[in-house]
Design a protein around this ligand. Structure first.
Ligand code: HEC
Length: 111
């Protein structure tokens, strides 16, 4: 700590004080952005589905499923518990949340 601040000469102590307050804000901002990343992102889910799933699946395939039931189906596939059309899926937990949110929201819209 002393070492890190050793470049703070008396003349610019005010500026250094400001900088550490600023660093505090950055830390808080990082905490908040980490929290946002863990919330389901429907647009990211849509993108992933368009790239990897839309050739075989439509949102209407999932009518009656909830985000939770779809997520757990996907998790079972990723873990190899459910055989998925001979095509192993590699999805992060975040991908799964995003995809479930997208599929459930668009299958409900179409009803
Ligand atoms: C090549 C075609 C194909 C692609 C691409 C594909 N799927 Fe599937 N998927 C299937 C078929 C066929 C089934 C149903 C029969 C089966 O499970 O083998 C299925 C079933 C599922 C199920 C239900 C499993 C169950 O037990 O009811 C989920 C969930 C699923 N897919 C998710 C995905 C996701 C997420 C993606 C993209 C990351 C994806 N699939 C991409 C063909 C595909």
């Amino acid at each position: 700590m002393t070492r890190a601040l050793s470049h703070c000469h008396n003349t610019i102590v005010a500026a250094c004080g400001f900088l550490s307050v600023y660093r505090g804000f950055i830390a808080i901002a990082l905490i908040f952005s980490a929290a946002t990343v863990s919330a389901a992102d429907i647009n990211a889910g849509k993108q992933k589905v368009q790239q990897e799933c839309a050739s075989c699946h439509q949102p209407s395939d999932w009518e009656g499923e909830t985000e939770a039931s779809l997520s757990s189906l996907m998790k079972d596939i990723v873990r190899g518990k459910v055989n998925h059309h001979k095509k192993q899926l590699t999805l992060s937990d975040q991908d799964i949340e995003n995809i479930a949110a997208y599929w459930v929201s668009s299958s409900n819209k179409k009803k």
